[in-house]
Every structure is written in C-alpha cells, then in structure tokens.
Design a protein around this ligand. Structure first.
Ligand code: ADP
Ligand code: ZN
Length: 748
C-alpha cells in the first residue's frame, strides 16, 4: 500500500488556529518551522509547517492537495519554538499564528525573504606573484585593483567608491578572467565597522564565584537528566552582576552552546551593548544585538545571523527571547523585575516568564538578576520554586550610598514665592558642593514637559485631552499642551476658556521646568536634560552619555531614560526630585514600583572610588516604599508588601485576568461588557472570583471608552479556559473590541 508524507500547515493570518493537511511531493523535503506555499481554495497562500506525518493513501476519504513549494530553504522556527508558540497561545489566550508572527521578523514572512545583496569582487585563481607578473607597465590600475583584492575581498561599491578605481578597469579584469563579480548577501549591522577592544575577565569575588558555580552545577545536573530550578540572582546595585553574566556566557560558549540575554529596552543603552561586544571582541560578529532603534532590515539581519548559527550570543529586549538559537545553553534575564518585559499588545506575554518556560523546555539554566526582584520571583524563592543566589556586597566593598529623605511639606511651608518648590535647600547645597569639587550629579524626575497641567485659580478649570480622560501637559518650548496618552496637542489658551479669567497657572512641574530652574540657580554649570523630547536625534543619547562619562557635563537631569544600568564612577550625588510621582495611582503595584525606582536610581551613585549620596524629596516621607528604600532593605519591603498582597488577594498569591471592552460608543462598550460579565458569571467555576463590571481607571483613551472586569484565581489555566469558552459563543458589534490580558501589568 502506498504511504504518503503529509504536512500540517498553519496558514498566515488564520485566527482560529485550524491547520490544514497537505501532501508533500516526492521531490521535496519539508521540516517543521519551514515556510511553505500551499494552494488554498483558488489561490496560493503562505504558511508555516507545524507537523510532518505519514498516512496510508487508501485511508483517505479524499486526495490531499500537494504543497506548491517551500519559501525558505531551512526552518525559521526550531521545534522547541513551535512548542513554545503553542504554550503561549494557550496561556495568554492568543492565536498560535499571532504568536508565530511575533517570533519572526517581518522581512522573513513574505513570499521571499527581503535581504540586502551587494556585488563582490574576488580573484579567481593564482598566487599574487604569478598573477601580477602577467601585467604590463601601462596596466598599472588593473594591477592595483588586484593588489587590493589579494589583501582582502572587496565589494564593487568599495572599489569604485572609497578606493577610487574605475568600473572599466574592473570590467577588463573580469573579461580577462582574473576576477569574478558575484552577488553576495550582506548583513546590515550598524556596529559592523566598530572594532571593539577586548576586555579581560575579572577575578570573581567569592559571592560572584558562588553564582557561577550554581550555573555550572545546573549544567551537570541537566547532563545527568535531573531537573534544575531557575536561579534568582539578588545582587545589590554595583555588586557585579554583569560580570557574572559575561563569565557565564563564556562558559556557555566553551560548552559549545549559545546564550540569550534579555535586557529591558530602556536599559539596552549603547553602554550595555558595548560591554558585551568588548568582552567578546575576538568574536564580535557572533554577538547579535536586537533593540528597537534598529531598522527592520537590520533587525532581520541580526536574526538571520542567529538562525544561520553565525551568532551564538543574543542580547536584546523582550522579543529576543524568541531567537532561534539552536543549541541553547543559558538564558539570562537582567533587571528581571522590569515591567517592560510584559508586552502590552497581543500576544500579551511576559518575556521573563517565557524565559523560564523556554529554559525548562530546552533543558538549560535560566538566571534572573535584579537588585529589586519582582515580588513574583521573590515569592517563588520563598516557596522553593526558584533557587536564590545573593550578592549583598558592592565591588571592592564600596559602600551603599547614604540616602537622605527630605520632607517637602516643610520645604513648601518655608517657600514664600508660591509655586512648587523644586529644589530643597539641602539638595541645592549638596549640588553646589559637587560643582565646587568637580564631581557629577544626576537628577531624576519621571515626568517630562514643563507643567503637569494648567489650571484656572478662579473657576477650577483644568485642560483635559478631548480624546482621553486625562489632563494635558504643558510643553513650553513648543508652546503646546500635549496629551501623554494619545499625543494630541493644542495651543495653550491665553485666558481661561470657561470663565475668561486671565490668570491661568502652571500646576506641577516636569523636566523642562526643572531645567529652567537649574540654569537660573547654577549659572556656570554644564547641564543636560535627557528625556524623549530632548533626545530625538539618532545617537544623541549615546553622545550625551559619552560626554557625561568624560566629565563634559556636570548635571544630568532626566526621566527613566537615565534610571537604569548606567555606570559613571564620578557621580557622587543623585537627587530624586519627587519620589511620589507614581505612588498614588490606583494600582496595587504602585508601592513596589516606587521602591524599585528609588533603589535603581540611588544605585547610580557612588559606583567609583568616591562615596555616593542620594537625596530623596517627598511629600510622604513615612511611606513604607520610601522608608525601606532608604535603608536598602529589600527583604523588609518584600515581607510587608507580600503580607498586604496576601491579605487583599493580589498577585503573586492569585492570578488575574483582565477583560476590557472598548468602543467609540460609550453605551455600546458598557452594554457589551455587561453581557460578557453576565456570561462569565453563569457557570463560574468555584475557584474563580469575578468583579462587577466597572469603568476602567482611564475610562477614555484615544476616543475609546473602556469598561472592564477582573477575574481572580490561584488557577490561571482554569480562568483562561473559562474565558475562552465564554468568548467562543459571543459576538460583538464591529466597533467593540475585547481584550484579554492574563497576568496584566497595568489595571487599565
Ligand atoms: P551591577 O550590574 O551589579 O550593577 P556591574 O556588573 O556593573 O554591577 O559592576 C560594577 C563595577 O564593578 C563595574 O565597573 C565592573 O567592571 C566592576 N567589577 C565587577 N566584578 C568585578 C570583580 N570581580 N573585580 C573587580 N571589579 C569588578
Ligand atoms: Zn489624549
């Protein structure tokens, strides 16, 4: 009986995740993960091969159509990535096809992969002496071309461009058969031309050595078929975590395997990238760096290097967790507590959690590092799911910076001029001392713009965005009010639009206003502001940080762009202008975020020989986040915060599923959510609790009205299944959008 080979194909754009079976023609081989072309109804469609099988021809009720051909020579997804895609789809309620789309860079998904091709010129044969001897004196130019090519292969563009040869002399050489011109796929790597200077491994201190041993122990255990736990590296700022990552990666390469390092986008500064490129300078092309400012083509080429196994180390933000490293030996997640690991569009995955899942699937160790671990990970240590490695000392026993808290309520009382007091007396003095001593200061404020909003003292009018339920921020340089949610902007009114009073005032302050104050107070200081408004140009951030490092800037003022991962030994003072920004938002994670931010920002001080000092200005000096932060007491903070979370039934003790319904029509959003809520409530499994339908905290955004319900349970899969079942039977008006977020990071 005849057996035929079959392939199950997931067609691009399929939302219901149904796969179709096709026959594989004799002449073709297909592997899972390969991109292929198939007939679908009366057209050709592209899809991904998911499974390969075999059937008896006679057992088929009807003949299978054969696939038309393969689009890619090799699979774009490894078998474990296909497994991972199914896992993510089930856990986060997203389609497998959507997950695969997230895993593959865009240029790889078309009919043909868009790659950059250049013409290259190579010498066909012979030794330099033999070949050059065949030329006469007047063929000098042709000789020179060959001399150049015997040194190294060149692209045609290089020869005719910077090297200044004529196209005709190269053509002549080609006609005579000395050289060949052919197409070559080239990599668009913006760092290609930088030659990195190798940095040598440092001798690890005992705390660091223990962490490395844990990883080596994991490899041994895995080799013997034993299961291993994820390792949480709780290391204070400046304890040398990055050095541990670097040496762990070296060991991984020695094992003949590859590594993925996840870094939050915002911490993926040129400084971070350089540290990895420098350590692996000898093999710098084997380090792929994936960040969001790469062009689509550049990203694709970095990904290609990994797929072709030319790069064995990947450093990247969130989506780098999907890199097709074939033989994975280690995953590192730096700053594992960072919110940016959670993707806020479908599929709403959490890259740190996916790192743990992928490591488990691929049987490799995973190292999660942070100075302020997430309470989820910390709780996993307490319950024995994760192994803990602690690095409590800064390198060279450098002291943790002294943190002083300034009560701004008293400062405001002292202040007679009206308006907010931006710089307390203490902070100002401390900055003056640094300027006099030639040391540097970082000031941090997580709010850009000039004033938080404008208001009328007569009637209480506040400028709101007409598309969102939020206030508009004044940006004075552009002289516009800007919505930080949707980007809408308008001219600031000269007088109150409600009561015509002339005395509109600026309420609150952002970095732009602080800069103005600083320039007035410290007239001789070199001050630079770093936020998304001031750092618009390419390389501007890189250049600014370089200038700061070489002490060409005295005071660096910025938003969270400067909060993470920067290492400047000459910074001895860090000022946090308003620690309360973000503390009073209705989110159970507000306290955790404030603690993290305080610790991370404070960690920028005293990283060199000189001792560091941190000054924190706040209106709520007794808040636990601020008090524990002041004493560098993560464990104390975690203990009280976890007790509170347990009491109120918040994560990590329960999982949450957030269901949001949006529409431009308020009544339709509200009505649709009520219907959905009623369905969820009917047959609600016992272990799940469901809130009443409510407006989202940000009830209007981008002109859409938003209503939501929350499900809570210890059993996350039970919730997913219940929501999936309910959603299957429901249809909504076309203007209504339903989003489902499993383990959400923002409650709307
Ligand atoms: P973290 O990532 O924990 O904030 P880093 O890895 O940036 O800390 O280390 C802080 C500084 O200490 C860096 O300048 C680093 O080169 C240095 N360092 C790290 N480990 C060692 C070591 N074992 N010996 C000497 N210096 C070290
Ligand atoms: Zn808006």
């Amino acid at each position: 009986m005849a057996r035929i080979r079959t392939v199950e194909v997931l067609i691009d754009g399929a939302t219901n995740d149904l796969t179709f079976s096709y026959a594989i023609p004799e002449a073709l081989t297909v592997e899972p993960g390969q991109r292929i072309r198939v007939p679908l109804r009366n057209r050709a469609a592209l899809g991904t091969a998911i499974r390969i099988g075999e059937v008896e021809e006679d057992s088929l009720k009807y003949a299978l159509k054969p696939i038309q051909g393969v689009v890619s020579e090799e699979p774009f997804l490894t078998p474990s990535l296909i497994r991972l895609a199914h896992w993510i789809s089930e856990f986060y309620l997203a389609s497998v096809e959507g997950v695969i789309r997230t895993m593959l860079p865009k240029p790889s998904r078309g009919e043909s992969e868009k790659r950059k091709v250049e013409k290259w010129v190579v010498v066909t044969s012979g030794t330099e002496r033999d070949v050059l001897d065949q030329f006469k004196a007047r063929e000098k130019k042709q000789r020179e071309v060959l001399e150049e090519l015997f040194q190294s292969e060149r692209s045609l563009a290089e020869l005719t461009g910077p090297l200044g040869f004529s196209r005709s002399s190269i053509s002549t050489l080609e006609k005579k058969g000395f050289v060949e011109i052919s197409d070559r796929i080239v990599s668009r790597d913006p760092l290609k031309d930088i030659r990195y200077v190798e940095s040598k491994s440092l001798v690890l201190n005992p705390e660091q050595a223990v962490v490395l041993e844990s990883i080596e122990k994991s490899w041994e255990d895995l080799a013997e078929g034993k299961p291993v736990k994820p390792i949480l590296l709780f290391g204070v700022t400046g304890s040398g975590k990055t050095e541990v990552y670097l040496q762990a990666i070296e060991k991984t390469l020695d094992e003949g395997k590859g590594a993925i390092v996840l870094v939050p986008e915002i911490a993926l500064t040129p400084q971070t990238a350089d540290r990895f490129k420098q350590r692996f300078a000898k093999i710098q092309d084997e380090v792929a760096i994936l960040h969001s400012s790469l062009s689509e083509g550049e990203r694709h080429d970095e990904w290609r290097k990994v797929l072709d196994q030319k790069a064995r180390i990947v450093i990247g933000a969130r989506s780098a967790i999907f890199s097709p490293i074939a033989n994975l030996g280690l995953i590192v997640v730096d700053e594992e507590h960072e919110n940016s690991y959670k993707q806020d569009i479908v599929p709403r995955y959490q890259a740190r959690d996916i790192a743990v899942v992928r490591a488990h699937m691929e049987k490799c160790p995973v190292l999660l590092g942070s100075a302020t671990p997430s309470l989820e990970s910390w709780n996993n240590v307490l319950t024995g799911k994760y192994e803990l490695a602690t690095m409590a000392q800064r390198i060279d026993d450098r002291k943790m910076p002294l943190i002083r808290i300034i009560d701004m309520r008293q400062e405001t009382r002292k202040h007679h001029g009206g308006g907010p007091s931006i710089l307390s007396g203490k902070l100002r003095e401390a900055m003056e001392t640094r300027l006099a001593d030639g040391e540097q200061t970082i000031l941090f404020l997580n709010r850009r713009g000039f004033a938080r909003n404008i208001l009328c003292p007569e009637c209480g009018y506040v400028a709101n965005c007409r598309h969102c339920s939020t206030t508009m921020t004044l940006h004075r340089k552009e002289d516009r009010l800007v919505c930080h949610i949707c980007g809408f902007s308008q001219l600031p009114p000269r007088s109150c639009p409600e009561c015509s009073a002339k005395a509109i005032v600026n309420a609150g302050y952002g970095t732009e206003r602080v800069e103005e104050v600083l320039r007035k107070v410290f007239t001789d200081a070199r001050i630079t502001r770093v936020d998304t408004d001031s750092m618009r140009k390419k390389n501007q951030l890189r250049d600014t940080l370089t200038a700061f490092k070489s002490k060409k800037i005295d005071i660096l003022l910025g938003t969270q762009m400067i909060a993470k991962g920067l290492h400047f030994p000459n910074v001895t003072l860090v000022g946090i202008l308003n620690a309360d920004v973000g503390l009073h938002i209705p989110d159970f994670r507000a306290g955790e975020r404030t603690f993290q931010l305080l610790t991370q920002v404070a960690g920028r001080a005293g990283r060199g020989e000189l001792e560091g000092e941190v000054i924190v200005q706040t209106y709520t000096p007794h808040h636990p986040s601020i008090q524990f932060g002041r004493h560098h007491d993560f464990e104390g903070f975690a203990e009280q915060e976890l007790a509170m979370r347990r009491q109120f039934g918040h994560p990590p003790f329960l999982h949450v599923v957030l269901v949001t319904v949006r529409s431009v029509h308020q009544e339709r959003a509200e009505f649709s959510l009520k219907t959905l809520h009623a369905r969820l409530k009917r047959h609600l499994p016992e272990d799940i609790s469901l809130t009443e339908p409510l407006p989202s905290p940000l009830v209007k955004s981008h002109d859409q009205w938003r209503y939501q319900v929350l499900l809570k349970s210890t059993r996350v899969r039970l919730m997913s299944r219940h929501v999936r079942e309910v959603m299957k039977d429901l249809t909504f008006p076309s203007d209504v959008i339903v989003t489902i977020d499993v383990d959400p990071y923002s409650l709307g």
